[in-house]
Design a protein around this ligand. Structure first.
Ligand code: GDD
Ligand code: MN
Length: 365
């Protein structure tokens, strides 16, 4: 009887064309005797990773490529890759040869034989290491790990690992609760699982990267903060909304600076200065939100112009709602400060929801 794969290896990629060929060869060697499949989830890499994977797949039925358009994100890529397989065991690993594929058979063996939900490839248990990480990165990784403590089980040494294997039931029970923000899919899984996960860590040596460079940048740190925030308060307030509010507060500073300069230094009329400050602040809010809040859905090219127009339009209506609500409350003899704040809140929620749906075409959750 022919059976489907027992193990799916999910690999997120962005510009890994120079590495995936070797990865496939290494997996073939490491997984001899196992029914496996590889699902590469590529975010339309400019270096043609997806096309190359399809070429390799024509000669190897174990390979598949899921190519996403107009999207970015390591965690969300892993989630979609895991959703695309029927295999009872699912591994996640990087596509740049930093994770030791020779660990996979032992991970599988443990999950088959023992009462475990997830096996984690760990740099920090004895026998493991991260020679492939420079001192700054290692320090940052330790700091990030400390921040995650409230969200993960005691004893888990490497919650930042991007290398692990789990049972599909565990994934299925967890998938709807995942944040899917940023880089830390393993942390997301541990923090989102409905029950504490039974885990084991296996040491491995984090190798240095194959070709190309890391995509972990300062933005990834922001995303990490958003992930923690979403796990801590996301039940009540979406992390994106918090990001939107932070950008909005920067907008207030921008607005006041432009107003001050035009009015006091350039000697313009108040009406002109205030109107210009409004447009400038709206534009800077749009740009910052596009860069940070909606990094995963970032608009580019002509879509940027359409996005800006819809953003300005939505925020103008938001301003009318803001003033309307504040004025109504003020007339009801709510104090001026409370009335003003209520107006701001109504305007902010309106702006957030409308631009989420119409400017960035995101889905409200
Ligand atoms: N689909 C997709 N989309 N893949 C991505 C994206 C993206 O936006 N960004 C990065 N990747 C892929 C890379 O191509 C690579 O295969 C893998 O995700 C890891 O990215 P790197 O840029 O190599 O990250 P790193 O080496 O700095 O950090 C990795 O290793 C750490 C230690 O295990 C990540 O896996 C971290 O999460 C992990 O902590
Ligand atoms: Mn890497």
């Amino acid at each position: 009887m022919q059976t489907g794969p027992e193990l799916a290896v999910v690999v997120p990629t962005f510009n890994e064309a120079a590495n995936v060929g070797q990865l496939v060869a290494l997996l073939g060697r490491a997984l001899a005797g196992i029914e496996w499949e590889l699902i590469v989830v590529d975010d339309d890499s400019p270096d043609g990773t997806a096309g190359l994977m399809r070429e390799l797949a024509r000669e190897n039925p174990r390979l598949r490529c899921l190519q996403r358009l107009g999207r970015r994100g390591l965690s969300s890529a892993c989630i979609e890759g895991m959703l695309a397989t029927a295999a009872p065991y699912i591994a996640v690993m990087d596509g740049d040869l930093q994770h030791d594929e020779r660990l996979l058979p032992r991970m599988l063996e443990l999950l088959r034989k023992e009462a475990l939900d997830i096996v984690v490839g760990s740099r920090y248990v004895s026998g493991g290491g991260s020679a492939g990480l420079d001192e700054t990165r290692a320090g940052m990784s330790r700091f990030a790990t400390r921040l995650s403590r409230p969200l993960i089980p005691d004893g888990l040494q490497d919650p930042m690992s991007g290398f692990f294997m789990l049972r599909r039931e565990v994934f299925e029970a967890t998938v709807r609760r995942l944040s899917g923000i940023g880089f830390k899919i393993l942390l997301d899984i541990f923090a989102s699982a409905p029950q504490p996960l039974r885990f084991r860590e296996l040491p491995y040596e984090f190798r240095s990267r194959g070709a190309g460079e890391s995509k972990l940048d300062s933005q990834a740190m922001w995303d990490y903060g958003m992930l923690l925030l979403d796990k801590l308060v996301g039940r009540w307030v979406p992390a994106r909304f918090v990001s939107f509010l932070l950008v909005g507060s920067v907008g207030v500073l921008v607005h006041m600076s432009v107003l001050a300069v035009l009015l006091n230094l350039a000697g313009q009329s108040f009406l002109f200065s205030q109107a210009t400050a409004t447009i400038v602040a709206m534009t800077s809010n749009f740009v910052l939100n596009n860069l940070i809040t909606y990094r995963d859905l970032r608009l580019r090219g002509w879509a940027l112009l359409r996005g800006w127009l819809s953003f300005v339009l939505a925020c103008s209506i938001g301003a009318v709602a803001n003033v309307g609500v504040a004025n109504y409350l003020f007339e009801q003899r709510t104090g001026w400060a409370l009335a003003g704040l209520a107006g701001i809140l109504v305007g902010a929620v309106w702006n957030y929801v409308v631009t989420l749906v119409y400017t960035w075409r995101g889905a409200a959750r």
